[in-house]
Design a protein around this ligand. Structure first.
Ligand code: ADP
Ligand code: ASP
Ligand code: MG
Length: 447
């Protein structure tokens, strides 16, 4: 069985939905994971924020605006009146639900229910379309099998319930399901965080396990650096699971930060493919050591980072200092991304500063603190052997004009991380692109 995930832009227009229906119509059994129509989840975020902050009237205005986009969508998608009727009834049901919330006593669970409607709508619209053109398809509701406990996917539950759901649904060519949404341990609707449809696909692919997971998006695979920041980028055809995981975690938006692990655990290869250009090679992520060894593979960047410097006058020859620091972060369930140490101080970074005040207070009890906000982690991913010279030197030399707040190397064989003030991000990313990929770019430019 294959698992294919299509992102927001891939289902973002009626003709795109029609196009992917052709793409998957090859007679082979598959699970199709869909995101919400592009822009919908952003609108749903605005809607629940309006309910919370501005009140019902403002929320309803936004709901009307979003609903108005779906009517022409339906009209263009289907040829048969029966499909249009079914889809119109679905839209009415979903938008009536969106209008049913109250501003007073608006709960976090209500926000999650609102956010889930995007994927519930797109999967039903797609199901009605593929049924209209005669494909043998069914819907397997993600809320029946996708579950989190303490915010993390419950892998055992997912594997067991997914198998049961598939058996119950009978034999079909296409099993369509929602990305992103899940139930939590309180039996309430929840989600796998923004961009979570990738994660749904790899959780399903890992649980089965599938023969292959395909992530179809709007670009021809993982590029050597972020095309939104750097102009001259190129696709990378092969990545190891470790390299892809580092890049996803450190900001390569093409993949959800946690989505590599379930595929890696089960050894299921992940292909990144372009819906707009289906014959492009894309990227294969697997355990295989690449056929064309290349030490630096790609660069990603993660914004919104806070750096904390923790100084202790008594650290010289003292032990237990790091333990005390880590305990504070554990108490406030805040994960640390980067860490560098000297004999008298530790610098570390966090991306979630919800509990920063409390963390700072707890750290101040035994140290002096300095905080730098608006930082960016730049992650250089590749195959870095400790026995080989030159890679770190090249990275740092390339950035010689840019002030570097932290440098971390040696934590793993696939990552060198640099922390810079976010105002230097664009310059740093462009300098690294020109410096680390000079040969490839030269070839590309003379073609
Ligand atoms: P989808 O809606 O299909 O999930 P996303 O917008 O989440 O698509 O991810 C695809 C986008 O990720 C690309 O259009 C591109 O702008 C961005 N991106 C960021 N870094 C990279 C990278 N290294 N390689 C490819 N795309 C990247
Ligand atoms: N629709 C969700 C989002 O926009 C999930 C996804 O697209 O992966 O974040
Ligand atoms: Mg995405």
């Amino acid at each position: 069985m294959r698992v294919l995930k299509f992102g927001g832009t891939s289902v973002g227009k009626p003709e795109r939905m029609q196009h992917i229906a052709q793409l998957i119509n090859d007679g082979v059994e598959k699970i199709v994971v869909l995101s919400a129509v592009s822009g919908t989840t952003n609108s749903l975020v605005e809607i629940h924020t309006a309910y919370k902050k501005e009140g019902k009237k403002a929320a309803h205005q936004l709901i009307d605006k979003l609903e108005a986009k779906y009517h022409p969508f339906i009209k263009d998608l289907y040829s048969e009146n029966a499909s249009i009727k079914k889809a119109t009834a679905l839209i009415k049901e979903k938008f009536d639900l969106l209008r049913s919330f109250k501003s007073k006593k608006f709960r976090e669970a209500d926000a999650k229910t609102i956010l889930a409607q995007g994927e519930l709508i797109s999967t039903h619209l797609f199901l009605y379309y593929v049924q209209e053109i005669g494909l043998n398809a069914t819907l397997i509701p993600a809320l029946d099998f996708m579950k989190t406990t303490d915010g993390e996917p419950d892998l055992k539950f997912i594997a067991k319930k997914l198998r049961k759901t598939l058996v119950k649904s009978g034999k079909h060519q296409l099993y369509i399901t929602q990305g992103y949404i899940c139930m939590n341990e309180d039996e309430e609707i929840d989600n796998l965080r923004r961009g979570g449809s990738d994660y749904t696909a790899t959780l399903i692919g890992g649980a089965l396990p599938a023969t292959e997971i395909q992530i179809w998006t709007d670009i021809d695979g993982m590029h050597n650096t972020d095309p939104r920041v750097v102009k001259d980028t190129f696709p990378i055809h092969e990545l190891s699971f470790d390299e892809a995981a580092e890049l996803a975690y450190f900001g390569a938006k093409i993949l959800h930060p946690s989505c590599v692990l379930p595929a890696q655990k089960s050894g299921v290869p992940v292909k990144l493919l372009n819906t707009m250009e289906p014959t492009a090679k894309g990227t294969v992520i697997s355990e295989i050591v690449t056929s064309t060894p290349q030490r630096v593979k790609a660069i990603a960047a993660k914004d919104g980072i806070t750096a904390i410097k923790i100084k202790s006058s008594r650290m010289l020859n003292a032990y237990g200092f790091l333990k005390k620091i880590f305990e504070v972060f554990e108490d406030y369930q805040t994960s640390i991304d980067m860490l560098t140490t000297s004999e008298v101080a530790v610098s570390l970074t966090i991306d979630d500063d919800t509990n920063l005040k409390a963390i700072t207070k707890a750290l101040r009890a035994f140290s002096r603190i300095e905080i730098d906000k608006n930082q960016t982690i730049i992650c250089v991913a590749g195959e870095f052997k400790h026995t080989e010279a030159g890679v770190a030197a090249k990275v740092i030399n390339t950035l010689k004009e840019i002030p570097l707040r932290m440098i971390s190397s040696g934590g793993s064989r696939s990552n060198i991380s640099i922390l810079v003030d976010s105002k230097y991000k664009v310059d740093a990313m462009n300098a690294l692109n020109e410096g680390l990929f000079a040969d490839i770019l030269k070839k590309k430019r003379t073609k």
